[in-house]
Design a protein around this ligand. Sequence first.
Ligand code: HEM
Length: 515
Amino acid sequence: MLATPIPQYVDAHHLCRMEDKTQYIFALLGLLASFYFIYWKADPLYNIPAIGPSAPILSYLGAYRYYYHGRQVLREGYRKYKVFRVPMLDRWVVVVSGADMNEELRKVPDTHVSLAQAVNEFTHLKYTVARDIADHPIHTAVIRGPFTRNLKSLFPDIVNEIKTAFPEVMPLPTHVGEWVAISVRNTMACIVSRVSNRVFVGLPLCRDPKFLDTLVEYALSFSKARDILSVMPGPVRGIVGNVLPWLKRATRHASVCIQPMVQERLQRLQDAGDDHGDKPHDYLTWLIEETQKAKLSPDFVVQGILASNFSAVHTASNSITHALFNLAAHTQYMQPLREGVEDIIKEHGWTYNAINEMWKLDSFMRESQRLCGVTGVSLMRKVLLDITLSDGTYLPQGTLVIAASSATHTDKTYYENAEAFVPFRFYDMCTENGTLGTQFVNTSKDYLAFGHGKHACPGRFFVAHELKAMMAYIILHYDVKLEEGASRPEDVWVWHDIAPASAKILFRKRQAKVE
Ligand code: HEM
């Protein structure tokens, strides 16, 4: 059958229109491609080598990889480049490699880079931690100043809380030799929360179940809120942040507990007048004094307590969980640790000085943190004024820059047998070579677990005593091992954050006594 012939004029006209359309489509695609390339090449970070695809949209593939395989991405960049960049969902982050670049980054003055603003960008403090703490970090001033200066006098409270919390939170069967599987991360979070709040808010609040529940909820809601906000485009973030209920609820609940104590301290400060001897001498009072210096309302103290908990609890509980996993996986080190701790406690009792003398334990904690930090990066900074690094890399205002601490810590240039857990390596360095500066609290360009330089963690003197005292208590009272056939639980990396697995290990009442 023959098809009905199409008139010639229709055909030509139709073809003409089709050609026009195709031309438009190609022109549009060409225009879009040009915009795409212009946009890509106009990125001020374009010349910095990227790990994964650097083109717009395709870079989300790289972000996906960084989210799930942060450790490998950072190691790859570290191996290949002095300075490189990694993609996150809403931005590129520039990373520096190696001790010398770490040193260079930490020396950039505060006029040009800011730690506080970098933390704010990564965590959206206003909606996740405390409403105004980014603008008025009163807790940082207190931790750096009177808190650390008075650690020795606060130490008996820390010990008292450890001795009370362990039997309550981690009771063990009285049967000789019976092992119990304990979820370490949650248990340590609970004990660290009590011990830290013993010094932040004191008795009885640090043991009040309602207050402790508020803190647990606050910690959990931080990650929820941060994850939601980090996938929001900038302009929408503020709107969403303002409607999230969790921080408002935590602040309200914490206020109910803390405000009466603030009022009581204010009254005592007023009664003491100029008589400094009668002034209360504790964390709440120091926070109140900071609010007065900054001409803020005393209500602000609640935000200071929340921010202190944010800085202190999750970091410390993850750190001791890593240490316990390392001890359970290397039980041969229990005996030498025990001998050291027991001798010192016998001689000095549970004192601040005794904890200072526990060199082997100190080395164990430092080594544990070298390999299993709380994060795989450090020296987080936001560029405030354009800078050019020594290798010529230009970092414009607004760039986020970090140091690849975990890769530095496992670089054989700085550490012999760098991948292995050698718990007494720092103890040996100190006793054999007389190398100073390798204690748990010391920072250096190749040891960045607490940062380095002017902004190095001001809470590290407290946390070193807190965690060493907790470990000493465990070493003297419990035996520890992995579950049958298990190996050390793998750490979980999300972006560059590292969390210990939520695994269980076995504890029993200590059997062998050191003579
Ligand atoms: C094992 C536990 C901890 C680790 C691994 C840790 C780590 C860090 C790191 C890496 C920094 C940034 C330093 C830099 O960029 O140079 C930092 C800052 C800070 N840390 Fe810690 N920290 C811990 C515990 C604590 C505790 C217990 C407190 C409070 C008592 C605290 C309070 C702070 C504060 C306020 C800052 C900000 C300092 C500033 O803005 O200058 N940290 N910490």
